[in-house]
Ligand binder design. Structure first.
Ligand SMILES: Nc1ncnc2c1ncn2[C@@H]1O[C@H](COP(=O)(O)OP(=O)(O)OP(=O)(O)O)[C@@H](O)[C@H]1O
Length: 368
């Protein structure tokens, strides 16, 4: 579903004024055929913020969006917009009365309608003149007013995406829900369209909930990121919070490539083949997972702390990816360094680890 159905009484209200709304999931649970796929999610998108729902395939991102839209009804828990319950024990507000805009990944425009009519689609309850004026405002907002008479097939992928954004924003929804909105675009176009979209969201001050499985995309767009795994919230915060202060191994590994080691806390320290590091707040003898970012494994020909031998080098342009044999581990240690640091043919090197790239987590059964 890629359109916005509009009820006549509500349409005037949502089309007339832009009021960014807050959207709260309160202990939402949901499942299919007896299997729980959303397991108690509580999360609020604040009015005017861009909140990214991030997670691997099957973590429940789309299901949460569908529940927010009212296309899916949760098994339990409450959904609130601006503190008002729109799905829960007190009743259910249908999708077209929630003041929510939808933009899904295929952003399918109607091929038989011109651009203006595509954008007017969600405004049918307004008098025709007003609907046209609102649609033109939305098209101007995305810089495509001059394409009003064109048909979708005559537009590039990026332009079609902007028309879809105009269509979603035209009724001035309190909350805009976007499911992988850039996944259909080629990677070079994606960066530009994403930046443009973000600028438009900022301008309209819309609350946006954006689903993505791409950590970098979430970091580029979000005010805050909610990381999901197996239907549960793992961590919510700014990109800085999640990147620099991951609360578990899953978050650390989702935001950057890591080397992972098992260790045990002894004398307030943990030891791995890459050296010792101090830990606080974890008890003596506690089994831990140690995550070390690839970019934190600094490789030099000499002067480092640990001897290593290069097993493989992969040139990636600005950086190169190394696999190293290091005493004390059978598994190769990986490193990502600037491509001009090591001489060609160099085999014997040394390694030092940046302390800010080491993360220690208490080992849990599921991460062992
Ligand atoms: N209609 C359905 N019937 C049965 N199971 C479903 C249905 N929709 C979703 N699921 C299951 O619910 C879980 C969460 O799916 P969801 O699509 O929300 O995940 P996602 O994080 O959006 O994944 P993706 O990134 O692959 O779209 C998955 O295990 C999925 O198989």
């Amino acid at each position: 579903m890629n359109s916005i159905a509009v009820d006549s009484t509500e349409a005037r209200r949502t089309a007339g004024v832009t009021f960014a709304a807050s959207l709260s999931f309160q202990d939402i649970r949901h499942g299919y055929h007896g299997k729980e796929t959303i397991r108690g999610v509580s999360l609020t998108a604040k009015a005017g913020e861009v909140l990214c729902l991030l997670g691997p395939s099957g973590s429940g991102k789309t299901t949460l969006l569908r529940i927010a839209a009212g296309i899916e009804v949760q098994s339990s828990g409450r959904l609130l917009m601006n503190e008002r319950e729109v799905a829960g024990s007190s009743g259910f507000v249908p999708p077209e009365k929630r003041g929510i805009g939808l933009m899904f990944q295929d952003f399918a425009l109607f091929p038989h309608m011109n651009v203006l009519d595509n954008v007017r689609f969600g405004l049918t309850a307004l008098p025709p003149k007003e609907a046209t004026a609102e649609a033109m405002i939305a098209l101007e907002r995305v810089g495509l007013a001059h394409y009003a008479e064109k048909y979708p097939h005559a537009l590039s992928g990026g332009e079609q995406q902007r028309v879809a954004l105009a269509r979603a924003l035209a009724p001035r929804p309190g909350v805009l829900l976007m499911d992988e909105p850039f996944s259909g675009l080629d990677s070079r176009l994606k960066d530009t369209i994403r930046a443009d979209t973000l600028a438009i969201l900022r301008e309209t001050r819309a609350t946006a909930v954006v689903v993505t499985h791409d950590a970098e995309e979430a970091m580029r767009m979000a005010d805050r990121i909610a990381l999901l795994r197996d239907g549960r919230l793992v961590q919510v915060g700014t990109s800085d919070d999640l990147y620099r202060r991951p609360t578990d191994l899953f978050t650390a590994a989702f935001f950057s490539e890591i080397n992972e080691f098992s260790s045990i806390v002894r004398d307030g320290q943990v030891e791995t083949p890459l050296g010792k590091t101090r830990v606080s707040g974890i008890g003596e003898g506690c089994p831990v997972s140690v995550a070390i970012r690839l970019s934190g494994v600094v490789v030099r020909e000499e002067g480092g702390e640990i001897p290593a031998r290069i097993l493989s080098r992969r040139f990636l342009g600005v950086v190169e990816l190394l696999e190293l044999a290091v005493p004390g581990t059978e598994r190769p240690v990986r490193s990502r360094i600037r491509a001009d640091v090591l001489a060609p043919g160099c085999k014997e090197v040394t390694v030092t680890v940046n302390s800010q790239d080491i993360f220690v987590f208490v080992k849990r059964a599921e991460t062992s």
